[in-house]
Structures are given as structure tokens and as C-alpha cells.
Design a binder for this molecule. Structure first.
Ligand code: ASP
Ligand code: MG
Length: 608
């Protein structure tokens, strides 16, 4: 029998009336012949209220007790939902995370799922019940209650769908996963900020993963990791209507017809800058492993090309993690005699699209739009399917609107019609899906372990570095429109401010275009800053670790930088995203870098 996991978010269970409506929906699915598992969040603003309550007692609620408290929100919802379904005449039974055997690690308030036992759930379903499960919570090996991080009920829902789909005790090959929420799908960007944003009918796992982790609030990004790893298509839709929402599915060709599918913004970012760190192997590793030890997710990372044995590293963290990051880095900065500075009130705007892999000139268009509007871009990082820009917080929404317009995201995406014709095929259960969970080849010690799908070496590009780039609006637009006019395709871009009104900009281009690009870039730079210096370096190579959850599992970068450090290989540029962490190294180290990364990631599951 087919099975559906229906997840209802906080607003969908906020009142008794809405709980009854959700209950009726679950019953309809049961009557249509599905086994039904319902996952619920805490009602309305309960979780926020509980956090506020804890802070009335103490400034620093111990995280174990905070989890104990927060988990009660979902417990209220499951009991009410079970009562509602029973009142409508259908058998139902509620379970906490612990009862259903959701076992996590012990990182309170941000725990990761290790495994889920399906025994109790299967039994409840076999007895004809609709099973109601509390989202967002689990237990560690000591039976202490843990929570999965804000928004974590999505992750519970998709994880349950994944585990049931591949259950060795008898898989449910036909598993649907529906996320019911107060919006009717995933939009090109937040419609509250950009009213002309449009609903996207379908989006790929990778695009959604990037968007969710770059600030699109619709879905918890870890839930999309599960969806991709275990191939669980998700339908995000409104709990108030029966209209189709957005399907999150494997990537297909029509998605490449446009370069950009959506935009996301993170409003509260802070930038940390370390200047004068030794330009030696192992330095990045020490910085980022210290941060990873505290489970801090580092966001945009930009490393300037070293000179006179010293390098500069800038990165962003969430504003709320800033003070912890500074505390961790102070002793390191002291040891190196480096200066540690930071900047607040920044926001990150990101463009995402699988089509970026094949469309050129995307970065140049964005720079032009912002340059024309007089918006200064503080920092830039790119990946194959995203561009992230750091701007002043007050200018974030303006930037978002301008970019949305410039890429015509208010219009239907070409190829959308095609989706309707291929949809049935894509959603047809593929009974032979590989089971990454339990298969002999892909046995994961823990469900949220990282899967690294590839270690890639690219030895085709050279790098241009512009030092002393005036840090003001329009400069990037000027440089990259000159490069684009020459038909040169730019790959990775990193820009990092270095203080005193200057920034450093590096980008890679195909080696055969390097000299040409260098002439153009130097001329363009000198038009705005006569003594500006441009350096071309043909002898670089890029090594990348690809997979799912590469950025939010801070352990990936740590392992990567650690392996290179041990090998004595200096990292010259870094770019991170959810699907890929890539670094530039000296070309003579390319092969050694590839081999040491292959060794480091040879056990397919890696790190929490
Ligand atoms: N109740 C939790 C929160 O508000 C989990 C969730 O809603 O997904 O973050
Ligand atoms: Mg929620």
C-alpha cells in the first residue's frame, strides 16, 4: 500500500478549527487508500513563547533543559491531532520522537538524526491507525530529549519518509511527502519582500538546498538533504486549499532554460576579518576547525591571495553567532599576531539556478544592476549554481527587487509547461531506487551523515587577482562587463574587502583566455584606479568535494582543509556551498591534493 507523510506546520495547527481541518485532510488520504503518517509542529508561536519564557528565568538556559521545554510544544500538537482524528471517527495514535525511536546525537538544540526505528510506526499503521508523530524532537543514546534546530519538523517528516521508503523490514516504495504550510509553495523569492515574486511549480533538490540554506525560509534545509540523499520528492503546499504547490524533485533538463530560478536573503549577517595571518598550509584548517568544533556554520568565505607571507581571510556568520566566533578566534589571532576585526549590519543576497552551469554572464548582469543602483557589493562568493553578495543591510530588499526584475523572475519560467508533461514520469515510484540507508555499499552509520559523491580536480583555469580595487559601487560591474564584452567566461569569483577603502578581487578564467583577460582587467582597473595592480597566475588548480550538505555540515570543510594541511598544501582561495566546497591550490600540488582528498573521504560517510 502507498504511504503518505503529511507534515503540518505551526500555523496549520494554530487553532482547534485548523487542527480539525488538518485531521480531515489526513482522513481523506486514509480513505483514498494510503497509510498515513502525520508530523506536526508546535502550535502557532509556541516555540518562540517557550524560548522567551526560559529567558525570563535565566539569560542562559542550559541547552538540555531548553530541549526538554521546547519539545513540549510538539507534544501538545500531537495529542490534539490524535484526538481530532478520533473524534472524526478514525483510529489514530500519537507518538513523541522518543516513542517512535528517533535517535539523535547529543548536540542539544541542534541535534542530528542518527537513526529511526520503524517498528512501532509499522505496528501502528498495520493496526489501521493514522500515526501522529511529534516533529523537531528525538532522544540521544541516554534518552535525553533533543531538538533538531528551529524549523526541524520538516526534517522529521522527510526523514520518516526516507526511512520508510527504504525500510529493510519491507520498504514502502510509494512514499509521498507533503509539507503543508501557510504559503502555497516555494516562490522565486519572499513575496512579502518582493510582491511580484511567483510560485515555482517545480525545483530541483540542489536548487532548493541552496535556496533553503541561503535564507529562503520555506523549508528547513536539512530536510532537503534527506530528500536528495534518499530520493524523496516533496510537495510543499498550502494547508488552506487543494491547489498544487511546489514539487521538489530530481534535476531535469528543462530547468536549465533560465540561469536563475530564485533568490534568497539572509538579513542578519556579520563579517569577520582576519588580516596578517601566516600564508602557510594549515592556517585555514585551524580557523575553520575551531569554528566547526563549536558547530558554528561559516557562511561566505573569501581568502585573499597572500603577499609577503601573510594572507587575509574573511568570512561571514549569522549575527547571532558573531560573539561566539570572535571568542573562538581571539586566541588564534593573538598567536599569529593577526588583526581580528568585524563588521555588522550586513545582509547576504543570493541567486540560485541550476541553469548557471550553462548560462554565461550571470555575475556580470548582477553586478551591473547593483552598480547602476549605486549599491556597493562588500563581498562576493560563487559556486556552480549560486552567486552570493554581501551588501549593507538597509539595501538588501532593494537589491533583491532589482535583481528579481533584471532576471525577469516575475514572468513564467520557460519550460514550466514541459514540467506538466513530464511530471507523472518523474513522480512515478522508482521501485529500484538504490537504498543509501541500508544497502551494503552505502551503509551509513548515521542517517544525517554526509554523502560525498565526488572529488573533482579541474586543471583548466588560471586566476586573475586585482589588488587595490576601490571598494565602491559599480567597480565590479565595470571590470566584468569588460571581460564579458570580450566573450570570456568567468568561473569562480571571490571578493574580499581589505580595509582603507579597498578590496581584493580574484576570479578564474580558462587558461587559454588568461592573458587576454588579464590585459582587459588591468586596463579596466586602471581606468578607475591608475596604480591598481592586476596579477595573472596560470599555475593554479581547483579541487572540489561534492555532495549534499557540504556547507552546513561544518565537518566537511574541516576534513578537507585538514587533509590538505597535513599534506603541506596551501589553500589559496575557498568557495563553499551546500553542494560543493572548492579550493584553489598551486598547480604543482594538484595531483597530490586530489589524492589526499580521495583518501580523506574514502569512507563514504564522513562527519556530523
Ligand atoms: N516548533 C519548532 C520551531 O518553531 C519546529 C518547527 O516548527 O518546525 O522551530
Ligand atoms: Mg515552523
Amino acid at each position: 500500500m502507498a504511504l503518505v507523510v503529511q507534515k503540518f506546520g505551526g500555523t496549520s495547527v494554530a487553532t482547534a478549527e485548523r487542527i480539525m481541518a488538518a485531521a480531515r485532510r489526513a482522513i481523506r488520504a486514509r480513505q483514498a487508500g494510503y497509510h498515513v503518517v502525520v508530523v506536526v509542529s508546535a502550535r502557532g508561536d509556541t516555540t518562540d513563547e517557550l524560548i522567551a519564557l526560559a529567558h525570563e528565568i535565566t539569560d542562559r538556559p542550559p541547552s538540555r533543559e531548553l530541549d526538554m521545554l521546547l519539545a513540549t510544544g510538539e507534544q501538545v500538537s500531537i495529542a490534539l491531532m490524535a484526538m481530532a482524528i478520533q473524534a472524526l471517527g478514525h483510529p489514530a495514535i500519537s507518538f513523541t520522537g522518543a516513542q517512535i525511536g528517533i535517535v539523535t546525537d547529543s548536540f542539544h538544540t541542534r541535534a542530528r538524526i542518527k537513526n529511526i526505528s520503524t517498528r512501532r510506526l509499522r505496528q501502528a499503521l498495520a493496526e489501521g491507525n493514522i500515526a501522529i508523530v511529534a516533529g523537531f524532537q528525538g532522544v540521544n543514546d541516554n534518552f535525553d530529549i533533543t531538538t533538531l534546530g528551529r524549523g526541524g519538523s520538516d526534517t522529521t517528516a522527510v526523514a520518516l519518509a526516507a526511512v520508510l521508503k527504504h525500510d529493510p523490514a519491507g520498504p514502502f516504495p510509494e512514499v509521498d511527502c507533503e509539507i503543508y504550510t501557510d504559503v502555497d509553495g516555494v516562490y522565486t523569492t519572499d513575496p512579502r519582500l518582493v510582491p511580484e515574486a511567483r510560485k515555482i511549480p517545480a525545483i530541483s533538490y540542489d536548487e532548493m538546498l541552496e535556496l533553503a540554506s541561503l535564507g529562503a525560509g520555506v523549508m528547513h534545509s536539512r530536510s532537503i538533504e534527506f530528500a536528495k540523499k534518499y530520493d524523496v520528492p516533496i510537495h510543499v503546499r498550502s494547508s488552506f486549499t487543494d491547489a498544487e504547490g511546489t514539487w521538489i524533485v530530481p534535476e531535469t533538463a528543462w530547468m536549465h532554460q533560465v540561469p536563475v530560478c530564485g533568490l534568497a536573503m539572509v538579513r542578519d549577517e556579520a563579517r569577520v576579518h582576519l588580516a596578517g595571518v601566516p600564508d602557510l598550509p594549515g592556517v585555514s584548517h585551524r580557523i575553520f576547525s575551531a569554528l566547526a568544533d563549536a558547530h558554528l556554520v561559516v557562511d561566505m568565505i573569501a581568502q585573499n591571495v597572500g603577499s609577503a607571507g601573510r594572507a587575509e581571510i574573511g568570512f561571514t556568520v549569522l549575527q547571532s553567532d558573531l560573539s561566539q566566533a570572535l571568542t573562538i578566534l581571539e586566541p588564534l589571532a593573538r598567536e599569529w599576531g593577526a588583526s581580528l576585526t568585524y563588521e555588522e549590519r550586513l545582509c547576504k543576497v543570493s541567486l540560485v539556478g541550476a541553469g548557471m552551469k550553462t548560462h554565461t554572464g550571470v555575475a556580470q548582469r548582477v553586478f551591473q544592476v547593483l552598480g547602476d543602483a549605486g549599491i556597493n557589493i562588500r563581498m562576493i562568493t560563487t559556486s556552480p549554481i549560486k552567486i552570493s553578495l554581501l551588501v549593507d543591510r538597509d539595501l538588501g530588499v532593494t537589491a533583491l527587487r532589482l535583481i528579481h526584475r533584471a532576471f525577469r523572475l516575475h514572468e513564467p519560467r520557460p519550460g514550466e509547461q514541459e514540467w506538466n508533461t513530464i511530471k507523472a514520469d518523474i513522480l512515478t515510484p522508482r521501485r529500484t531506487v538504490p537504498a543509501p540507508l541500508f544497502g551494503t555499499a552505502g551503509l551509513l552509520s548515521s542517517m544525517e551523515d554526509i554523502i560525498v559523491s565526488d572529488i573533482a580536480l579541474e586543471d583548466t583555469h588560471g586566476r586573475i587577482t586585482l589588488q587595490d580595487l576601490p571598494d565602491r559601487p559599480g567597480v565590479c560591474a565595470h571590470i566584468f562587463s569588460a571581460i564579458a564584452a570580450a566573450g570570456i567566461v568567468v568561473d569562480m569569483i571571490v571578493q574580499n574587502p581589505k580595509g582603507q577603502g579597498f578590496a581584493e578581487l580574484s576570479f578564474t578564467v580558462p587558461r587559454e583566455n588568461l592573458e587576454h583577460a588579464w590585459h582587459i582587467a588591468r586596463r579596466a582597473l586602471q581606468e578607475i584606479h591608475p596604480s591598481g595592480r592586476a596579477i595573472a597566475d596560470p599555475d593554479i588548480a581547483t579541487v572540489a568535494v561534492e555532495g549534499v550538505g557540504m556547507r552546513s555540515h561544518s565537518g566537511v570543510a574541516r576534513r578537507m582543509f585538514g587533509a590538505l594541511a597535513q599534506q603541506g598544501i596551501n589553500i589559496e582561495m575557498i568557495s563553499t556551498s551546500e553542494i560543493r566546497v572548492e579550493v584553489v591550490v598551486e598547480r604543482r600540488h594538484a595531483q597530490a591534493a586530489l589524492e589526499c582528498l580521495r583518501r580523506a573521504f574514502s569512507r563514504q560517510s564522513v562527519c556530523a
